[in-house]
Every structure is written in C-alpha cells, then in structure tokens.
Ligand binder design. Structure first.
Ligand SMILES: Nc1ncnc2c1ncn2[C@@H]1O[C@H](COP(=O)(O)OS(=O)(=O)O)[C@@H](OP(=O)(O)O)[C@H]1O
Ligand SMILES: Nc1ncnc2c1ncn2[C@@H]1O[C@H](COP(=O)(O)OP(=O)(O)O)[C@@H](O)[C@H]1O
Length: 223
C-alpha cells in the first residue's frame, strides 16, 4: 500500500492563499484567462487549428499558450519508455502514460489541472488533445471553471469524419492501427465520445481551411 493510502495525508495539506489575485494578473495582461479545449479524432485538425489560433492571438498582442497532446506526451505525460532510463522501471511503470482508458483519464486530469493554472495566470490557454472520454473532458471543465467562471472553459469539437482523418493519416498511425500494430487507437479500436453541447463545433467535413476554422473560434472569443 502506498504511504498516502496508509495514512490520509490529504488532511496534512492546507491551501495557502496567495497575495496576488487572478484579477490583478489579468489586469496586468489586459485580458481574461480562459481555456479553449480542442477535442476530436487523431488527424481531425486540432493541432493545426489551435496553432493558427495561437498565432492570431499572439499577433494581436494577446498572451496565449498552446498545450498539444503530442508535445505534452514528451514531458509531463511521457510514456514509460521515456521515463525508464532516467527514473528506473518501477517509476516508469507507475507514472508513465499510454493510451488505455485510465491512462487517458490521467493524461486529461494532469492537462486539465495545468490548463486551469495557466488560465488563473491570465493566459488564453489552448489545449489540443484527443480527449475521447466525455467524463474526462467534463472533469477538466469542472476544474477550470471552479478556479474561475463558467464561461472560462470553451470546448471546441473538431468534427471531422473518421474517413477524412484516416485519408489524411499524416503520421501513418491509422495504417498501423488497421494493421493491428497500435492498440487502443481512437476511432479504430478505442471509442471517441463526441461532446453533446460544445461551445463551438467546427465542421471538418466542410472543406474550410484550418485558418478559416481558427477565425471562427477567434470570432467567438471576440463576441
Ligand atoms: N492509441 C492511440 N490513440 C490515439 N492517438 C494516439 C495513439 N497512439 C499514439 N497516438 C498519438 O498520440 C496523440 C494523442 O495524444 P493525446 O494525449 O491527445 O490523447 S488522449 O487525449 O489522451 O486521448 C495523437 O495525436 P493527434 O494525431 O495530434 O491527435 C497521435 O499522434
Ligand atoms: N481544415 C483542414 N483542411 C484540410 N486539411 C487539414 C485541415 N486541418 C488540418 N489539416 C491537415 O490534416 C492533417 C492532420 O492535422 P492535425 O492538426 O495534425 O490533426 P490532429 O492534431 O487533430 O491530429 C495535417 O496534415 C493538416 O495539415
């Protein structure tokens, strides 16, 4: 049994109030922090659209940051083989993340928590994760809005049909998944639960460019 389970250490951890408030940080930046949460199948366009939006915001003088699934999985949410050489196998087995349901849950929990911290610092925080489970996204929403206001979490569903994502296959992952070389691949051998009422739905089958879709999100933010 882990130390933390043998003795409820949560009772020994007390929240420390900080002297600089969120409002003061936002005033300094001249903007309000929020989280723009992109979700959708691999290859639907999350990274490209989020990256375009990040660049648009930056060019308007906004302080933004982009957390991208592939990149975050190189560090904060690295898989076991990345952790093992430096930290050992036991550590890697315990904290490394893969793509099973629980691992994705922990991935999104960590990212939701980091995104909430960044929004609290006043940053326009963009996240681009498959985040296939509704419950995990709803938990992220809960964490972000609990640290601020309900409108701080903007869920953007990049609704691109599987056939289009698979035809793009920029990393060859769908091909591998179809060949049975990747387990739990979203849309092929693992589920994707579409958002029921996202703040924004981008129609990935409409033929609009990634820049045009980023403009749609920008228009929502400006409105
Ligand atoms: N099994 C499986 N299923 C889905 N995706 C896979 C898988 N294995 C590797 N990849 C690559 O990892 C990227 C998804 O990571 P995420 O952290 O966004 O996934 S999740 O939110 O935890 O579901 C995803 O990136 P995107 O294509 O940008 O979405 C893939 O490149
Ligand atoms: N709106 C779009 N129209 C056409 N192709 C797109 C569009 N958005 C993205 N793409 C292309 O689709 C591929 C997958 O996009 P990417 O942003 O990597 O998706 P994701 O991050 O969801 O896996 C890339 O080759 C990208 O250039």
């Amino acid at each position: 049994m882990a130390d933390s389970q043998a003795n409820d250490i949560s009772k020994d951890i007390v929240w420390h109030e900080q002297s600089i408030t969120r409002q003061q940080r936002e005033e300094l930046l001249g903007q309000q922090g929020c989280v723009i949460w992109f979700t959708g199948l691999s290859g639907c366009g999350k990274s490209t659209i989020a990256n375009a939006l990040d660049a648009m915001l930056h060019s308007q003088g906004r302080a933004s940051v982009l957390l991208d699934g592939d990149n975050v999985r190189h560090g904060l949410c690295a898989p076991a083989p990345v952790l093992a050489p430096q930290h050992g196998q036991a550590f890697a087995d315990r904290f490394g993340l893969g793509f099973g349901e629980i691992d994705r849950q922990e991935n999104i929990r960590r990212v939701g928590s980091v995104a909430a911290l960044m929004a609290t610092a006043g940053l326009i925080t963009l996240t681009a994760f498959v985040s296939p489970y509704r419950e995990d996204r709803d938990r992220a929403r809960q964490v972000v809005t609990a640290a601020g206001k309900p409108r701080d979490f903007i869920e953007v569903f990049v609704d691109t049909p599987l056939e289009i994502c698979e035809s793009r296959d920029p990393k060859g992952l769908y091909k591998k998944a179809r060949a049975g070389e990747i387990a739990h691949f979203t849309g092929i051998s693992a589920p994707y639960e579409p958002p029921e009422s996202p703040e924004i739905r981008l129609d990935g089958g409409s033929g609009l460019s990634a820049d045009q879709m980023a403009q749609q999100v920008l228009a929502y933010l400006q409105a």
